[in-house]
Design a protein around this ligand. Structure first.
Ligand code: RAT
Ligand code: ZN
Length: 439
């Protein structure tokens, strides 16, 4: 029988053997609960936005873009199809007529395999039968448990009609789902946002006079009260400059940053997206470009009392982001975003972050849109983060300093949840759950 003392001794034992070190790193990284700091996943209460099952998985915009690499079908004809027909086409094209080699396609294979479904099936009958018979809440809990995700941060848009209805109604009461207040519509589509807000009865002046600024501040205050977001967020084009002379700059300075200050909320900046590079692809048509990291540095420098989470879409910006984070401790790099979420690039970015920042960053977020994507995205991420971390500990060992299991667990916990919790002020898991139970 293993006693408590044996267990404590094992935790603090120095790991001087490479294969045992690797085994322990893998074990800790695969079992440590993670907070998924940026997703587009919602709980079942968000009617029509809780996406799950094989048809949603296969019509993910990453896979739609890839399907057009291997079919002659026109975009127009594709968009005329029903969701079921689109899913059938994606399956046939990427999984039957071709080998599913890409990261997003391999992810589907992983999900099917986890649920004991045949990834070589000629059609989707078996998978559809399985997913359509899962009870939503039980399935949600099962997926979160398989993925090892303790908490999910949603992307919540106060300009999204369906969401607005939900928040203005019963809201949701799933304690594992947290909101983030997304500001894209306000900061990137100001003319349309102005019209929407005016329709809602706000007094908005295009010249952004003082009373408009006050009205916009009240608008955000109201949403913060309703959603209780963990942070505010915006995605920005590669050309984003700060300071700048456009309306976005004024909105950031006069509305967003003062709101962040007043509510002690971090601002997440996701920089480098080119929206609608190919509009015919709709949601699959966005591209990317290299951004100027100096804009982020200036924002951190001008606002030392505010905290920023940041991620860049271009591989070329990753090293610069690490260096910026060494200069500004109000800057937290997070995730390998979207087109970067491929094993070769995640590995490179994670290693360069470990080398430049130690454990003081958030290695990954899933960006999942469909529930079951959490399974493959986290399985793949854990495997690469584990290898990168093992390399770091092995180098440490070669240099004369072994680590213990306890130290590995401390580092992994910090990167998988601790850094985020302390950045956004989310209480530790146990106290949060107790609070929700009313104790
Ligand atoms: O990664 C994605 O799925 C993108 O479509 C975007 O949602 C991006 O992550 C974003 O949040 O803008
Ligand atoms: Zn996203």
């Amino acid at each position: 029988m293993i006693t408590l003392m044996d267990n404590c001794a094992a935790q603090s034992e120095l790991l001087t053997d490479n294969s045992e070190l690797r085994r322990q790193v893998e074990l800790i990284v695969t079992t440590m609960p993670v907070i998924d700091v940026h997703t587009h996943v919602f709980p079942p209460a968000f009617d029509g936005m809780f996406l799950q099952g094989i048809d949603e998985l296969l019509t993910y915009h990453y896979l739609i873009a890839e399907t057009f690499r291997s079919t002659d079908l026109s975009h127009e004809k594709f968009w005329l199809m029903t969701k079921t027909e689109r899913a059938d086409l994606v399956w046939r094209t990427l999984f039957v007529e071709n080998t599913p080699l890409s990261e997003a396609a391999c992810g589907i294979v992983c999900v099917l395999d986890v649920f004991g479904l045949d990834p070589r099936s000629p059609d989707l009958a078996e998978a559809r039968a399985f997913f359509s018979t899962q009870e939503r809440h039980e399935h949600l809990d099962r997926v979160l448990q398989i993925a090892g995700v303790s908490d999910v941060v949603m992307t919540n848009d106060p300009f999204h009609e369906r969401e607005v209805l939900l928040w203005n109604g019963a809201g949701h009461n799933n304690p594992r789902f947290h909101a983030s207040l997304r500001l894209d519509a306000l900061l990137n589509e100001w003319p349309e946002a102005m019209q929407t807000l005016t329709r809602q009865g706000l007094r908005i002046d295009a010249a952004l006079d003082d009373s408009t600024v006050a009205e916009l501040r009240r608008f955000l205050d109201g949403w913060i009260t309703r959603m209780q977001p963990l942070y505010m967020a915006v995605s920005l084009p590669a050309e984003f400059k700060f300071p700048d002379s456009d309306v976005r700059d004024r909105l950031i300075r006069e509305v967003v940053l003062p709101t962040a200050r007043e509510h002690s909320l971090s601002l997440a900046l996701m920089i480098g997206v080119h929206r609608g590079v190919n509009p015919a692809l709709r949601s699959a048509g966005d591209g990317m470009g290299r951004a100027d990291v100096r804009a982020l540095e200036r924002m951190c420098e001008e606002n030392p009392d505010l905290k920023f989470l940041a991620t860049f879409l271009s591989r070329e910006n990753q090293h610069e982001l690490c260096v910026s984070a060494r200069k500004f401790n109000n800057l937290m790099p997070f995730g390998c975003w979207w087109f970067l979420n491929n094993p070769s690039i995640v590995s490179e970015i994670t290693r360069e972050r470990l080398e430049l920042l130690g454990p003081s960053f958030i290695p990954q977020h899933s960006d999942a849109r469909v529930l079951e994507q959490l399974i493959y995205k986290w399985r793949h991420a854990r495997s690469i983060i584990g290898s990168s971390l093992y390399e770091s500990y092995e180098r440490l060992l070669q240099n004369g300093r072994a680590v213990t299991r306890q130290e590995i667990a401390r580092d992994v916990e910090r990167m998988f949840s601790g850094n985020f919790r302390s950045w956004v002020g989310l209480p530790p898991e146990s106290s949060l759950r107790n609070r929700e139970r009313g104790s």
